[in-house]
Design a protein around this ligand. Structure first.
Ligand code: GLP
Length: 241
């Protein structure tokens, strides 16, 4: 694992965007696994700026998002579809048909998970999977549990996750109770994983995930088994390492 700690958010954002830009410059057809949440926003802002300067193109890339809330229409302001449009995918030259996200409003959610997995299989492997980290060690929406699932599946969100994400909704009770998420099997199959974590409130879980035992109680700890993980931390998130 290559762990890099940055003094400023700007340096961290530039490093994250630089890794993704470098990949797209050498492999314009790269398959990107993308994440939501507040953590990647600065990296997406930097990528949009690099794209605006004509230094990177997403025209031949493919994007797969990690997860989506169940019950939210794509146009809902708090859907992950909207998030991706507003922060990256709607602002660069990637064609919409190359952007994939599970549908949280599919009438048959199991069939939607199977559709997403077979689409992922057509591409074989994600080249770079960007990840944030939940306070309880979740990656995507793979919550701590006695067992974890390999493929895309329906999850019931932990109350702690719902309250952490309540800031994106008008009222806490509007946070959906369920989500569809890519499984840890798909995440771990990615060629490279870029884990980004910011803030003192994540220092403890960063330490557990990167240095603690490998356990399904902390899904991010499974990243210790992956051969090519780059971790970008601000100094607060890296404070206990
Ligand atoms: C959300 C997302 C995750 C994200 C995590 C951290 O629940 N499903 O993909 O990494 O929580 O969010 P944030 O970056 O806002 O702290």
């Amino acid at each position: 694992m290559n762990i890099l700690t940055f003094r400023t958010q700007e340096e961290l954002n530039k490093a994250g965007a630089g890794i993704i830009t470098g990949l797209l410059q050498t492999n314009p057809r790269a398959v990107l696994g993308l994440a939501t949440g507040s953590t990647p926003i600065g990296i997406y802002r930097e990528l949009v700026e690099t794209h605006r300067q004509g230094l990177v193109s997403f025209a031949k890339a493919t994007a797969f998002n990690l997860d989506e809330y169940v019950g939210l229409e794509p146009g809902h302001p708090a859907s992950y579809y909207t998030f991706m449009q507003e922060h990256l995918l709607g602002l660069v030259d990637i064609p919409p048909q190359q952007c994939h996200i599970p549908s949280g409003i599919a009438s048959d959610l199991q069939a939607e998970c199977a559709r997403y997995d077979s689409l992922l299989e057509q591409y074989g492997q994600i080249d770079l999977q960007l990840l944030g980290l939940g306070h309880n060690g979740h990656i995507g929406f793979n919550e701590p549990d006695a067992t974890l699932e390999g493929g895309t599946h329906l999850v019931e969100l932990k109350e702690s996750t719902r309250s952490a994400n309540a800031r994106f909704f008008d009222k806490p009770e509007q946070v959906p109770t369920h989500a569809l998420t890519m499984g840890v099997g798909t995440i771990l199959k990615a060629k490279m994983i870029l884990l980004v974590v910011r803030g003192a409130d994540k220092a403890e879980i960063v330490q557990r995930a990167l240095q603690g035992p490998i356990t399904t109680d902390c899904p991010a700890s499974l990243l210790q088994t992956h051969p090519h993980v780059v971790v970008l931390l601000d100094s607060e998130a890296g404070g206990l390492l």
